[in-house]
Design a protein around this ligand. Structure first.
Ligand SMILES: [Ca+2]
Ligand SMILES: [Ca+2]
Length: 432
């Protein structure tokens, strides 16, 4: 695999670091940073798992509501002691940030504060309290978020528009000609290895992210140290493809090795959940839907049923007739309990926003809730719990408007959870 290393004139690039006062008609510049304190991804965790640790009682809180001049497309959050910082990417390209507490919200500076293209942001808070968007604006795909590889030195990895996977720091750039999908998430583990979708394919004509976004025929496992290099490609054999981008890369059976959770689809059977070992062998797989053009949306891995069992929460056919599914993962059985149809869903329409859902304990009862959006009006969040008889709507939060962004949640330093969502021109945050 070809690696190109470019020396970059760090002094020139550092001088381009934004002050937050940039002329908003100019394209945003890529910023260099170091000593990262906290990172906020639209998909919550850098391993793709949309699960929050910690707990809070959101039902006892009134939301803090912030008015904005345009609709919120993407929402990111990080903790700042027992308060939190929220950034919004608006549909006019403006980017704003707010420091939020249980009773108050104040606007704070963020850099850049405008992007000519709507990007999927990664929010960074440095130890010097700078609030930054970590995206690379020169050649990065706007449909993918950069991941922070090295917090101390601000090294990040991203998918370029030409399909390269790029590792970038202030004074060095390494590129891998990976044929990565432009919407692929870049996941990372504790060894600074990356997981990326690659090898676009048109072999199955059903794209849940939008017609312009092909499916993937390959998962690439990549090392970043000592050099950016492919460890292994896991090839998906026809007629199967990987449909959608919410890969999850966690150790589901606590044997020390991570598993890779994917949604595979084909024209004959629709979608199934397939879990790979890192060597490319199959760890477990679910049964298929057995209807073509029907998708499953894998969301979060955690102890949904009880503390001693690890399950995957997924939504079956999220657009047409959603069913919440919990697959047992830790014993490889993929045994499943269905709720029957539910009135909320995780992916409300064909779009790149697969993040209108997450999981955590938001009512302080020690059990996880799967948070979904009401399907018709999209003005309510539903909190679904795994019960002995199946899955039920436990409680809900009414919203001030229609959901327009991803859901975002953050664990504060006191272990409490805050939850936020963009509803058109308003940001609502339930903050303990
Ligand atoms: Ca494992
Ligand atoms: Ca709970």
């Amino acid at each position: 695999m070809k690696i190109k290393i470019y020396a970059v004139l760090a002094s020139i690039l550092l001088s381009a670091c934004g002050s937050g006062d940039k002329n908003k008609n100019n394209s945003a510049n890529t910023q260099y940073f170091s000593q990262v304190q906290a990172v906020g991804y639209v998909y919550q965790q850098a391993n793709g798992n949309r699960l929050l640790e910690g707990q809070s009682d959101l039902q006892s809180l009134s939301p803090v509501t912030i008015d904005l001049p345009a609709n919120i497309v993407w929402l990111n959050s990080v903790a700042s002691d027992n308060e939190s910082i929220w950034s919004v990417m608006l549909d006019n390209g403006n980017i704003k940030a707010f420091q939020v507490s249980s009773t108050n919200a104040k606007e704070i500076s963020i850099s850049p504060n405008h992007s000519d293209t709507i990007v999927q942001p990664t929010l960074v808070l440095t130890q010097q309290q700078q609030v930054l968007i970590a995206n690379v604006f020169a050649d990065a795909s706007p449909y993918s978020s950069p991941v922070i590889v090295d917090k101390e030195n601000g090294v990040r990895a991203y998918v370029a528009t030409n399909g390269d996977l790029v590792l970038k720091s202030t004074n060095q750039e390494q590129r891998l000609s990976l044929n990565a999908l432009n919407y692929s998430r870049v996941l990372i583990d504790e060894q600074k290895r990356l997981l990326v979708l690659s090898q676009p394919t048109l072999s199955y004509n059903h794209q849940v992210l939008g017609q312009a976004h092909q499916n993937a025929a390959r998962i690439s496992l990549v090392q970043t140290e000592p050099n950016l290099e492919v460890i292994r490609h896991i090839n998906i054999n026809t007629p199967d493809v990987i449909e959608g981008n919410p890969l999850i890369w966690v150790d589901v059976d606590e044997d020390g090795d991570r598993e890779i959770i994917t949604t595979l689809s084909n024209i004959n059977q629709g979608a199934r959940i397939q879990v790979y070992n890192e060597d490319g062998s199959v760890y477990a797989q679910s049964t298929a839907i057995n209807l073509s053009y029907r998708w499953r949306h894998q969301i979060a891995v955690g102890p949904f049923k009880n503390a001693s069992e690890i399950s995957l929460a997924s939504v079956y056919i999220p657009h047409l007739g959603p069913v919440a599914e919990f697959f047992r993962l830790d014993d490889q059985s993929m045994s499943i309990e269905n709720s029957g149809s539910i009135t909320h869903s995780s992916h409300l329409s064909i779009s790149l926003n697969v993040d209108k859902t997450l999981a955590g304990d938001f009512d302080n009862d020690g059990k996880l809730e799967l948070v979904l959006v009401e399907r018709n009006q999209q003005r309510q969040l539903g909190m679904y719990e795994y019960n002995d008889g199946g899955i039920s709507l436990d409680w809900s939060l009414d919203l001030a408007g229609t959901v327009s962004s991803n859901l975002s949640a953050v664990r504060l330093n006191n272990n409490q959870l805050a939850l936020g969502v963009g509803v058109g021109k308003q940001l609502q945050v339930w903050h303990p």
